[in-house]
Design a protein around this ligand. Structure first.
Ligand code: GLU
Length: 542
């Protein structure tokens, strides 16, 4: 029975790496009939954003990653926000101090930088010089009164520390090469290391699955566990997920695309900085590559420029029309191979077959084409009601004008079977929700379909109009018959009839199947759009 926890620091949106960690935590807990805990690690006062914890929780729930204990649902380890557990941490820190396993230190950031620079100049690992005699409580009070920062450091062991890692095997660290590290900062908050070790013990956690960037922290955690008399846990440090351009998937991927777009569009600097709600200084730093603005700023600037950024955060995938079932399946296969020959798996199937020993040591590629294919497959697998719900959720998160009763939305979804994303469904059906006078015609299609061959397409439209008006009974079938007959009579392929009609009613040559599109729109509206197109483009030449 495994007790796992996902412990995000709420500094931004939940990104794909965090979601993967949370998912594996969930899979292991469910597979072993254990418990899955959500713990919010909000002890870094300078980096926390008040809305981020909520966003992370919303994103997890959207993915279907539900926690047994944690914020909102409670549990025996309450509270689950670390910022509300300071008394607990202080008790353990004080115990370490009185056991002489931790000590006060009063260095300013400048002094620490000097020490580090000195070590770097001597090509040595920085090891904090542990005082031979530890400062007393009184000296700590005096330092505070003198305005010095008062922190607490843990006495790192000199022994070797072995991490038995489920992914990497046995990893040995020499305690001698590891520095005494801070467990309480001068602002009175514990560091991540202390809080995480204490909470994992108190919350009964048995397995830690996390990204490989934390492997370096693990010997310190194990040393702390020993010093506090806690048990050691099972660790699994997952390999990286890299983006197609190489390098770790991160918000920098988005930033890079945005930066290139800004450089080529060369927009008004003040305007775009204000759209992103950042200072000109920050904007310049961003263009020079010195810093990366936060996500909302990046997204706002991209939207302003009308460019699409690669999705990184879960909410990005939601906005691009992915469904959670597909994302969960896809991220489960990043660095993990299930013991099945199927690739398309539901959450239940992933749980059923989960095997921690099948996590891979090698980095995995975030293959966006594969994700699109997965999304298409999972959209087909969903029940009608579920797909409708997903589509309505998607529409509510966009500025889409699509608003319709469930019957029409279901009809649209059916007509769009085989679409790769919900955004594609929305795009293909958007003609139903715009006013005839507001259709934006794609220029290239107008030239190709209407104007080429001396306006053959437009001439076809005029004939079509009459045929539509003459239809005795309107149905998909009668529209189809009429279009096919017309094509036959004119001795042209169906496309030569269907494409001008499609362009007239949608403004593009991509839409729902044409017979259905006309039927949904209705004859009156279709004819209106044909009239509009004829009057707008007749007389125009290439
Ligand atoms: N708060 C840490 C993070 O977000 C948790 C790491 C861990 O799982 O121990 O990276």
């Amino acid at each position: 029975m495994a007790v796992t926890r996902f412990a995000p620091s709420p500094t931004g949106y939940l990104h794909i790496g965090g979601a993967r960690t949370a998912l594996f935590d969930l899979l292991l807990a469910r597979k072993t009939s254990g418990k899955f805990i959500l713990r919010i690690e909000d002890t870094d006062q300078s980096r926390n954003s008040p809305t981020a914890a909520k966003q992370v929780m919303d994103d997890l729930r959207w993915l279907g990653i539900e926690w047994d204990h944690g914020p909102d649902v409670g549990g025996p380890g309450e509270p689950y926000f670390q910022s509300q557990r300071l008394d607990i941490y202080n008790k353990y820190i004080d115990q370490l101090i009185s056991d002489e396993k931790a000590y006060y230190c009063f260095d300013t950031p400048e002094e620490l930088t000097q020490m580090r620079d000195k070590a770097a100049a001597a090509k040595k690992n920085f090891l904090y010089p542990r005082p031979s005699q530890f400062p007393t409580e009184k000296q700590a009070d005096q330092a505070r009164a003198d305005g010095r920062p008062v922190a607490v450091r843990f006495c790192m062991t000199d022994d070797d520390i072995i991490v038995e890692d489920s992914v990497r095997g046995r990893v040995k660290f020499s305690g001698k090469e590891l520095s005494d590290f801070i467990i309480r900062k001068s602002d009175g908050f514990p560091t991540y290391h202390l809080a995480c070790v204490v909470d994992d013990e108190l919350m009964g956690v048995t397995h830690i699955i996390r990204g490989q960037e934390h492997l370096m922290n693990t010997p310190g955690h194990i040393a702390l566990q020993k010093a506090l008399g806690f048990k050691t846990l099972v660790y699994a440090h997952m390999a990286l997920t890299v983006s197609e351009g190489g390098g770790k998937m991160s918000k920098r991927d988005k930033a890079k695309v945005l930066k290139d777009a800004i450089k080529s569009a060369n927009p008004d600097k003040e305007k775009i900085a204000s759209v992103g709600n950042i200072s000109i200084q920050d904007f310049d730093d961003f263009l020079k590559g010195n810093s990366t603005p936060d996500n909302p700023a990046i997204d706002a600037m991209a939207e302003f420029l009308g460019i699409k950024l690669p999705e990184i955060n879960i909410v990005d995938f939601f906005k691009s029309g992915y469904i959670p079932e597909a994302l969960v399946n896809f991220i489960a296969l990043l660095g993990y191979s299930p013991p099945t020959d199927k690739e398309i798996l539901t959450l239940d199937e992933l749980i059923e077959t989960f095997d921690l020993s099948r996590l891979s040591k090698t980095n995995s590629l975030f293959d966006r084409k594969k994700l699109l294919a997965f999304n298409m497959e999972h959209m087909k697998l969903l029940s009608e009601e579920k797909l409708l719900q997903r589509y309505k959720d998607f529409l509510s998160g966009t500025n889409s004008p699509a608003s319709a009763d469930d019957k029409l939305l279901l009809r649209i979804l059916k007509a769009c079977e085989g679409a790769r994303t919900l955004a594609e469904v929305e795009f293909k059906s958007s003609f139903l929700f715009v006013d005839a006078n507001n259709i934006k015609y794609d220029q290239k299609s107008v030239e190709k379909v209407f104007l080429k061959n001396s306006g053959q397409g437009l001439a076809m439209l005029a004939e079509l109009k009459q045929q539509l008006l003459d239809l005795k009974e309107v149905s998909e079938k009668s529209i189809e018959d009429m279009l096919r007959n017309l094509a036959e009579r004119k001795e042209v392929g169906l496309g030569k009839v269907a494409q001008p009609l499609r362009l007239a009613i949608c403004g593009t040559t991509v839409s729902l199947p044409i017979f259905e599109a006309v039927d949904m729109l209705g004859i009156e509206e279709t004819v209106k759009r044909i009239d509009n197109a004829i009057s707008k483009f007749s007389g125009k030449t290439l």
